[in-house]
Design a binder for this molecule. Sequence first.
Ligand code: ADP
Ligand code: MG
Length: 583
Amino acid sequence: MPIHLLDDQVIAHIAAGEVIERPASVVKELTENALDAGARNVHVSTEGAGKRSIRVSDDGSGIASNEVMLAFTRHATSKLQRSEDLTAIHTLGFRGEALASIASVSRVTLLTRQITETTGARLRIDGGQIITHEQVGTPAGTILTIEHLFFNTPARLKFLKQDATEKRHIAQVVTQYALAYPSVRFTLEQDGREVFRTPGSGLLADVLVQTHGLDTFKHMVEIDLRHKGIDVYGYVSTPTLSRKDRGRLSVFVNGRAVQDSRLSYALTQAYRGMLPDGRSPIAALSIALPVEEVDVNVHPAKAEVRFRDPSLVFEAIQRAVRTALLGLDHRTQPPPPSGPAAYTGTDALMYPTNRHAALGSANSSSRSRPVWEPAPDPSEIPVGMGTPQRPRTLPVLRIIGQISATYIIAEGPAGMYLIDQHAAHTAVLHDEIVAMLSNSETLPTQPCQPNNIEVTQRQQRLLDQHAESLRRLGYDVEAFGPRSVTLRSMPQVTVGQDPSALINALLLMLERCGDTPCEDALLLFTARQAAVKAGQIMEADAMQALVSKLERCPAPLHTPDGQPTLLHMSGDEIAREFRRSDG
Ligand code: ADP
Ligand code: MG
């Protein structure tokens, strides 16, 4: 055959082959476009493992009606202008190849409208040939339907795997992007069946529960570390959970899902000595670093990236994961006290605990920024020394409200929770006080308003006998004449309590303890005194703060003396109670 130039159709098929390997590649490119368009909702549905049809709809920017044809032209993009821009890519797409490639090997219908336009556009393309282009009414955003993929490239069609395999690849892609963008609501539907749906709450934990299931999520810890300008955030499995393949290692670099065996290796290495050989952890890990530190233009499907300093990235990953894993303490929970079974199923939500974690970090998981965006204020995070997050002991709970000024109602992935505000706060404060005392000799104190009360001889003797424990917990009781005492200072946590009432309650407690050592009882007493009372109306912020702390309390289900802090009713139980057949 003499040398000749290939015609456009053949060139298009060759190029398409690089980008669009299988139905999941189409899903990936369309999902990336939806995310680049700023969508808050992305709906993916496929029929026949994507071979019959793939539809991705979004509520993003839409395409201007005079640009719809351009969108399908090779090397036409709205995301890049000059060559220099390649050094600082902020979008998932930039090559202007995907739509052209997809359109050359399938039948495409585009429906799109920009919010500023009154009518939208509908474009039909068949194997790269434009069939119709008309003005139509359509919601703002974009709906792309891809039918009969590879109908004109039989070789490619033949190499597709069984439906089950292709469906798995599709689910994998959507899962990856759902994990990378927790504030976007994703739905995946295959052959009319909903595979999963994420709430778009901005919390990676919520996405993991939907995509991986609560049972897996229970064995994961949050990691959050900034190391030499590199943010590592996400969840990794504790050594109690592993897999024989690397199918559940999701790594995102600046919001882009990447398959990089060196990154997976760095991650797996962090489990040295904790996992049997050949086992792999489960992880959803976002790495955020300045865009100029990473080259994303190395792979046609943009699945690989190159780092300016790879060893720094590996170091950051290993340090983040290792810190979280070494902080784990697999002490088991005290068994729940026997008694009436007031709550059901909740014990299944217990996770390994971490009693050594720093205080005050309990709420940092409620970040709402996309996990891959660098933190807005780096000064908030000590460089090179991230605080390991305490593991969750309860899933993320969304507060619905308060009833009887006593209970907080919340919703979680596993149903409804009714939280006793006083008991929950007592459990949280008890844990905080224990942690404070492990770091310092005494609890912080505050001076009291003038007060003095009469005491009996026995009470005076008890005060003397337990003086050391009282001092450690921040109660400075001084004799004030022969039969009366004054409380000079009290623990800072009890701020706002009336000192006379406090010391009266204290004396009652000491009398109950008698001669036995009372430091544990005193600790619990202090937590109870400081805790919000039943009957107290709580602002939404206060409820949120309390519940966020409870979610990471090492023993969230009971006060130390066994009083339940919450009742749980699963979605199934609720449905059963209402005799719903579809529950
Ligand atoms: P790239 O994403 O690399 O720019 P594509 O071929 O995937 O190339 O898309 C071409 C162009 O079409 C994009 O640059 C964008 O302007 C537009 N586009 C594609 N999909 C969407 C969408 N879902 N919403 C808004 N614009 C889109
Ligand atoms: Mg694109």
